[in-house]
Design a protein around this ligand. Structure first.
Ligand code: PGA
Ligand code: ZN
Length: 399
């Protein structure tokens, strides 16, 4: 039984405050988790409140329904209590940041009571030898860095790596190789929020450099490394222009579909996230029809980890994979529902961090527990390596 929940403001990786929750149980179980935070957030995401407001509201409304009332190990009940305390569709009352922190902290407390690693408590006892392939952000711009590429993320994808450890180090090697290639070209590069290089180059140049880097590292290591994109196209789309804005150039929806399809062909992309605006199920479906056999077309802002939006996408054949971000929807139970619906319909799942992160490692466990094909959680920097190193530990049975 949950006997105490404490909430506090802690720093995230951008230096902003975020919500951290501690959950204590009667039998001495303890769990701690913190909410991440997006910069290119989808319009249909659950609501993140200013942390002090979210904390005050959760103390007032959620704690009375949790403390002395619910078992930490009963995730469905914990999350139902959070939903009932909030009373809205989108957690606008207690904040999705409070909700997700408590939901994840309760899961960890439940695991602690059992003396089990979190991924086992979340359902991963029967996991096989497979592991999620890490998608590593190596070059980026958009909302994550100024004066860099229009495309938000170029993601290394070590699809041929024999182990999670080799995959993680492959992405780091691609990141390092890109730094050399930028140096060779005399391009100075800052880093974006997720630790990817944020050079002042065109998207076309970024394609070339990332392609060269993944080929070099692939040759070195002897297994296949491809790459993919998060275009975060909702941020590029301008309704007034009725198109996607790349600096001085505007692409119509048809041109955007054509452009992405060409890049998929030319660079053998393994993954394309949010290639179109978050309202454009039809554009997504056109692209998926063209390239869905060759590559993963993934909805992030399109689906926002929401089963209703995912079902609409399934009905429209809009994509073939979904990004899962627990804080987009507010609880682990909701995230599980989205994963289940996706899996039943043959959609690949990609468990994801946010651009604002903490040292929290819950998503590494979630990816293993649900047998996700991929995890997107950066390449370097402590708040990213926290998850990657946890994956290495899980594979080593050392958690
Ligand atoms: P965000 O970006 O966390 O800033 O929303 C990540 C993504 O778009 O996948
Ligand atoms: Zn995205």
């Amino acid at each position: 039984l949950i006997t105490n929940v404490s909430l506090r403001r802690v720093l995230d990786s951008r230096g902003n405050p975020t919500v951290e929750a501690d959950v204590l149980t009667e039998s001495g179980g303890f769990g701690r988790a913190a909410a991440p935070s997006g910069a290119s957030t989808g319009e249909y995401e659950a609501i993140e409140l200013p942390p002090s407001e979210a904390i005050a509201a959760a103390r007032e409304h959620a704690l009375p329904r949790l403390v002395g009332e619910v078992y930490a190990g009963n995730q469905r009940e914990v999350d139902a209590a959070l939903r009932a305390a909030d009373g809205t569709e989108n957690f606008s009352e207690i904040g999705a940041n409070s909700a997700v922190a408590v939901s994840m902290a309760a899961a960890k407390a439940g695991a602690d009571v059992l003396g089990a690693p979190l991924y086992q408590h979340l359902g991963g006892t029967f996991r096989g030898e497979s592991f999620p392939t890490p998608l590593g952000n190596v070059v980026g711009g958009g909302e994550h860095a100024k004066e860099a590429t229009h495309i938000q993320e170029f993601l290394a994808a070590p699809v041929g790596a024999p182990s999670v450890s080799e995959a993680v180090f492959a992405n780091a090697a691609v990141h390092a190789r890109i730094s050399e290639l930028l140096d060779d070209r005399g391009v100075p590069a800052a880093k974006g929020d997720e630790g990817a290089w944020a050079p002042p180059i065109s998207d076309a140049e970024a394609f070339e450099i990332v392609d060269e880097a993944v080929d070099d590292v692939s040759d070195d290591l002897g297994f296949e490394i491809g790459f993919g994109l998060d275009m975060a196209a909702a941020e590029l789309y301008d309704a007034d222009e009725d198109g996607y804005v790349y600096g001085d150039e505007v692409k119509s929806t048809a041109e955007q579909v054509e452009y992405v399809a060409e890049m998929v062909d030319e660079y053998d992309l393994v993954y394309v996230e949010d290639p179109l605006d978050e309202d454009d199920y039809e554009g997504f479906a056109d692209l998926t029809e063209r390239v869905g056999e060759q590559t993963l077309v993934c909805g992030d802002d399109l689906f926002v980890t929401n089963v209703e939006r995912l079902q609409a996408g399934i009905d429209a054949d809009a994509a073939n994979s979904i990004l899962i971000k627990p804080n987009q929807i507010g609880t682990l139970s909701d995230a599980f529902d989205a994963i289940e619906l996706a899996t039943e319909n043959g959609y690949e799942t990609v468990i994801s961090h946010r651009s604002g992160e903490t040292e929290d490692t819950t998503i590494a466990h979630l990816a293993v527990a649900t047998d996700a094909g991929f995890i997107k959680t950066g390449t370097v920097q402590g708040e990213r390596t926290a998850k990657l190193n946890e994956l290495i530990r899980i594979a080593d049975d050392a958690v």
